[in-house]
Design a protein around this ligand. Sequence first.
Ligand SMILES: C[S@@+](CC[C@H](N)C(=O)[O-])C[C@H]1O[C@@H](n2cnc3c(N)ncnc32)[C@H](O)[C@@H]1O
Length: 330
Amino acid sequence: MTAPVPPAETLRTALAALLDGLPPKRAAQAVDRLIATYRGATPTDTPILRDRADVAAYAAYRMPATFEAVHAALEALAQALPDWTPAGHTDVGGGTGAATWAVTATWPGDREVTVLDWSDPALALGREIAAANPALKDARWQRARIGQDLALPATDLVTVSYVLNELTPADRTALVDTAAASAQTVVIVEAGTPAGYARVIEARDRLIAAGFRVAAPCPHSAACPIVPGEDWCHFSARVSRSSLHRQVKGGSLPYEDEKFSYVAATRLPATPVPARVIRRPQIRKGQVLLDLCEPDEQLARRTVTKRHGDLYKAARDAAWGDGWPPPDRP
Ligand SMILES: C[S@@+](CC[C@H](N)C(=O)[O-])C[C@H]1O[C@@H](n2cnc3c(N)ncnc32)[C@H](O)[C@@H]1O
């Protein structure tokens, strides 16, 4: 029997096929316009993703990155809830469905999936790409406007990925409160910028006020020890670059690093990591410097040296975003 193709690879193939019918110049123009729109004033009154060319360009250009960011956040959540598999998932502002793919990559198998968005072309393309993923065959792709009147079905998991940025402050809080009322577990992902982090922290506070506990990335549900304006909590996911990427951005690197901020919060009894590596570890001769977020609401730089034996070996393998120490170690 041949091994099943992982969702990440299936997604890459499906996205490459999307561009087959689109002249490269048209795709690059659509990406340029989207980048300019996102740099300008959001929120907008109408969908930014207006037609199939916009959506195909968005999907080919951004979906691999949003998929990897959400996947990394979900893997951290899965570590904190090792015995849990969501039986239902609602992706709000789901667009072309990157988060639905990330959920199937984290927890294989069928579940009830609903994708909500106000852009019909995004939903149509999402459904088309999802035909390549058997776990998404019964997904519902529904038009919905996020706002004070949004109603969400009761479910296990709600994801909100790269959406808060596009909402008014009032709609952001309404969405987080509605998500908290409808799901056991909520995952919010934003760009890894100071502004993205600020939106994540605002959502984190609301989820905790609604009775949730943070499962990841924080080792605790107390106040974030980062001083706003001085720093921001964010992580990095490696993304293979497509030919469209190379065309729009130039350069020859086969990958780029997507920076993202996130919070995964739950009403379930989760076990957060003891501490989390919040910067790229610095490897020096005979020692590794780890910047950690620790349980007692503090940030600390810990030095792990050769004299720490196995722990030193583990520190050399530790990556930005990992829990620390690794499981089964002192
Ligand atoms: C940057 S895209 C992110 C798409 C997807 N979640 C991802 O991670 O790739 C933002 C999505 O939010 C949707 N959106 C923005 N404002 C919305 C609103 N008020 N109601 C419904 N959807 C909205 C857009 O149509 C778009 O699909």
